[in-house]
Design a protein. Structure first.
Lengths: 369, 502
């Protein structure tokens, strides 16, 4: 046990060495944040991260515990953060209507399921495709305002932020219909025989799809070029209007996935509460991930870690018996700290300090000689 | 010291790290005089202005206003001494009224109520003959009127010295005349005006005296009638006319009778007036003219960089449409932009990514260049062009200017263009790299690539180009080749001594 502890400590030491050398680049802050939260929780309650193997209500063998519920709970956020990263990089602004759009996509999904007599796999697939179609259409509306009409993203998406949930309300005639089917609960919680929550698997799938898209297209290079220097990108023949619009459409697909997960979790669509206030957490995830909210270079992985940081923070606070009304305030404090540490001013100060310390070391070595 | 001397700057020195921006410069401005400050880019005009307005601190020298020695440490000091500046870009608030703009930020403005303020403003506008109402929103006025309001504001602040920095660059002819009338009016009231511009003809229209700077040194002060336009140009560029004529015949470069690669008739864009142009396969030609003469705008029109308004274009005799950069690229045209920072580099991306960008765009969205292929391309061009970079993954923004330029060159060379447009590829880079780029241009031409080469340095163009198109005030005023390719002839044509091909 003692030995293990030592190994653990040297591991941490090595890890921090790497961080302080700046070896992680823009991922430094989110990784430190995760590490601190983990350490904090282990000290507070050593059993916090223990994973249990349980039988759930359906009699399946599943994994359970705080760690699982953190990773599971962050799924929608992680998917949205991936899409938001692209929009941020290309347009230098954010879409604040993702929550409302998810409600629309979720409503469309449920509408299709409700119109069928039996809920089987093809119907669920059809519903999901419908959700994708609807979300992409609405996202393209946002994207057109931003890319063609050059409206600031936050203003352009304020329209759907305001009216999106009303549109969702109309889709199902104001009702909050429930859908119950093994397929839906399979999407929202567990597929029989697989102990990992399905939303987690979906996040992994989406991340892989992103990776594949980056591998098989020039999306990453073009998006970064448009975001860093639009004028130069244009003179190199890049259609920046299209790239910006495309980023919104991809975000639309992410919204449809997140909406579908959200609906499947509860087995009903509540257009008023589905993914409520998720937009701000999404933007935060992107920011915590070390991505500039002004656009340009980006790392999807940073945003995913950012999403888990936010979720871990929330769960930690709940575990500490902080009342749900107070959680937001505590969250805000931590986020202020994270964002300030990641700010260019602090980074520059830190680098100065590091070079100063290095120089002093050199001087003292020379002095010794 | 003469009685009517208003401002005297003596032995002004200004150092920047590694560069002497001004060395021992004198400048004298008299009452009721419009004085042009001339020089090519980097001559020290704007540094001198910034010293005078307190933006920079001078490192040596003295400044006198009306015979009294003053020290200028901040723009506020300059203003208190009666020195006001109106910049090229309007620095007023477009969403406030004309009257508010005239009084904003002035102590007496706080105590004056709106009505008196508007009355005072109206009176001044009337006196100066500025066609604006005092209650009108500034943003609703034309640019010229906004500029005039800025001048009125300066005049009302009891300015003795008025500096106009490129005031006419965004005005049309009629507006320029309005501005000139105002300047003459102020001159008759005894204000001394320093006029900075790139337009030679405007200098001769409105100014009394000219001071020429070159490489941070004073060339001389001249009365306008003593300095013909041709001589002004030679003084700005730095070669005496006689000396140039004695350089003898420059080696004649024959344009081979090869096929015409690109041909434009009546091509015009949002920024370029209609012009005709053609270039042969393997030819190096140049566009020359002073800054603002329209040379960059013309080549941008060829590439479709600005909104193309009209014109017929043929490539290898086939009519084609080029309205945006990707069209031009697909027809084998590459364009290295004049402003490397703004239009060239993607600063935070690596050298590798910057090199493959144009080729990637041409290959298309769904055919990404693989990482290993991209690395091979990057390594190849880093070696061929001798690009000094820590690695191919270094962000291009951290390279020196010359090496950034080489990366952008590599980007276009990688697309294997048939026609490459290089707009000021050698600006702001060291001599060694300049020569490398010139050699590269000649080698490309040997390989059959057509090249348009633009440079502010005429010598450089004479060395590389076999044909020069000369522009002045947005018009093509001449085309030089063969034995006419010498500096004297270029300068004469720029100055308008022997304009032809109008």
């Amino acid at each position: 046990m003692n030995n293990e502890n030592e190994n653990f400590l040297t591991g941490i030491k090595k890890f921090f060495k790497k961080i302080f050398k700046g070896g992680l680049g823009q991922l430094t802050i989110p990784v430190i944040a995760i590490a601190l939260l983990v350490v904090f929780n282990i000290i507070r309650d050593p059993s916090f991260f223990s994973i249990a193997i349980q039988h759930n209500n359906d009699g399946n063998i599943v994994l359970a515990g705080n760690l699982i519920s953190i990773i599971n709970g962050a799924s929608e956020l992680a998917v949205l953060a991936m899409g938001m990263t692209l929009v941020t990089a290309a347009c230098g602004g954010q879409d604040i209507s993702v929550g409302a759009m998810a409600a629309i996509a979720g409503s469309a999904f449920v509408k299709v399921l409700k119109s069928a007599s039996v809920i089987n796999a093809p119907i669920v697939l059809l519903g999901f495709l419908m959700a994708c179609l609807v979300a992409v259409i609405f996202a393209s509306f946002n994207g057109t305002l931003v890319s063609v009409f050059k409206i600031q993203p936050m203003i352009a998406t304020l329209i759907l932020y305001t009216c999106g949930r009303s549109i969702a309300y109309w889709i199902n005639g104001g009702a909050t219909p429930t859908v119950s089917s093994p397929i839906i609960s399979g999407i929202g919680s567990f597929i029989p025989g697989i102990p990992i929550p399905t939303p987690v698997l979906i996040v992994i799938a989406v991340a892989i799809i992103f990776k594949l898209v980056f591998h098989f297209t020039s999306l990453e290079l073009f998006t970064q070029s448009v975001g860093i220097n639009g004028s130069a990108a244009r003179l190199n023949g890049i259609n920046s209007t299209f790239i910006k619009l495309l980023s919104f459409m991809i975000l639309g697909l992410c919204v449809a996935v997140a909406g579908t997960i959200g609906v499947s979790r509860l087995g009903l669509i509540n257009h008023e509460t589905l993914l409520l206030d998720v937009e701000m957490d999404t933007i935060l995830a992107v920011a915590i991930g070390g991505n500039s909210l002004g656009g340009g270079k980006f790392k999807i992985s940073g945003s995913i870690i950012g999403a888990y940081v936010i979720q871990m923070l929330t769960i930690t606070l709940y575990a500490m018996k902080v009342s749900s009304t107070d959680v937001k305030a505590y969250k805000a404090i931590v986020i202020i700290i994270l964002v300030v540490i990641g700010s260019p001013v602090i980074k520059a100060k830190f680098e100065k300090l590091m070079t100063h310390m290095k120089n002093r070391k050199k001087v003292s070595v020379k002095g010794a000689q | 010291m003469q009685d009517n001397t208003l401002l005297q700057m003596r032995n002004i020195d200004k150092l920047f790290p590694g560069v002497k921006a001004l060395s021992n410069v004198d400048f004298t401005l008299r009452k009721g005089e419009i004085h042009a400050l001339m020089g090519e880019n980097g001559a020290g005009k704007s540094t001198l202005i910034k010293v005078l307005t307190g933006v920079y601190q001078m490192d040596g020298g003295e400044i006198f206003v009306e015979g009294e020695k003053i020290s200028i440490r901040s723009p506020q000091d300059a203003q208190n001494n009666g020195i006001s500046t109106v910049y090229q870009e309007i620095t007023l608030c477009p969403n406030l009224t004309v009257a508010e703009n005239m009084f904003i930020g002035r102590e007496e403005g706080i105590l004056v109520n709106r009505r008196t303020r508007e009355k005072l403003a109206a009176k001044l506008l009337d006196e100066l003959g500025i066609p604006a109402r005092s209650t009108q929103q500034l943003g609703s006025c034309s640019l010229a009127v906004q500029q005039m309001v800025a001048i009125a504001r300066a005049v009302d602040m009891k300015c003795k010295v008025l500096i106009l920095d490129e005031p006419t660059s965004s005005l049309d002819d009629k507006e320029v005349n309005m501005l000139f009338d105002l300047m003459r009016d102020l001159k008759s009231q005894g204000v001394g005006i320093i006029f900075v511009t790139h337009f030679l003809e405007q200098v001769y229209e409105v100014c009394d005296r000219i001071t020429v700077l070159r490489n941070g040194e004073l060339v001389g002060e001249y009365l306008i009638e003593d300095l013909p336009q041709v001589e002004l140009v030679s003084k700005m560029i730095g070669k005496e006319l006689d000396e140039l004529s004695n350089l003898g015949e420059i080696e004649e470069k024959e344009i081979e009778n090869k096929e015409v690669f690109y041909e434009a008739k009546g091509l015009s864009s949002s920024d370029a007036l209609p012009f005709d142009f053609e270039i042969h396969k393997g030819e190096v030609n140049g566009f020359t003219g002073l800054l603002g003469s329209g040379r960059s705008e013309s080549v941008r029109a060829i590439f479709g960089a600005d909104k193309v308004n009209g014109g017929e274009i043929k490539i290898k005799g086939e009519p084609v449409k080029i309205t945006k950069p990707i069209d031009a690229m697909k027809h084998g045209i590459g364009y290295l932009a004049e402003d490397r920072k703004r239009d060239g580099i993607i600063a935070e991306l690596s050298v590798r990514e910057n090199i493959i960008l144009a080729l990637q765009v041409m290959k298309g969205f769904f055919k990404p260049i693989s990482r290993s292929e991209a690395e091979a391309f990057a390594d190849e061009y880093i070696k061929v062009l001798n690009i000094k970079t820590a690695s191919r993954e270094t962000p291009i923004g951290s390279l020196s200017g010359g090496n950034q330029q080489k990366v952008i060159l590599a980007r276009w060379l990688l697309t294997h263009p048939d026609y490459l447009i290089l707009d000021e590829p050698t600006r702001g880079i060291d001599v060694g790299t300049k020569l490398e780029i010139q050699k590269l241009v000649l080698k490309l031409a040997e390989d059959g690539v057509s090249v348009t080469f633009i440079s502010s340095e005429v010598e450089e163009m004479l060395r590389t180009c076999s044909r020069l198109i000369v522009m002045r005030d947005r018009h093509i005023v001449g085309e030089l080749k063969g034995k006419d390719l010498n500096q004297a002839q270029v300068m004469k044509t720029i100055a308008g001594g022997e304009a032809k091909n109008e």
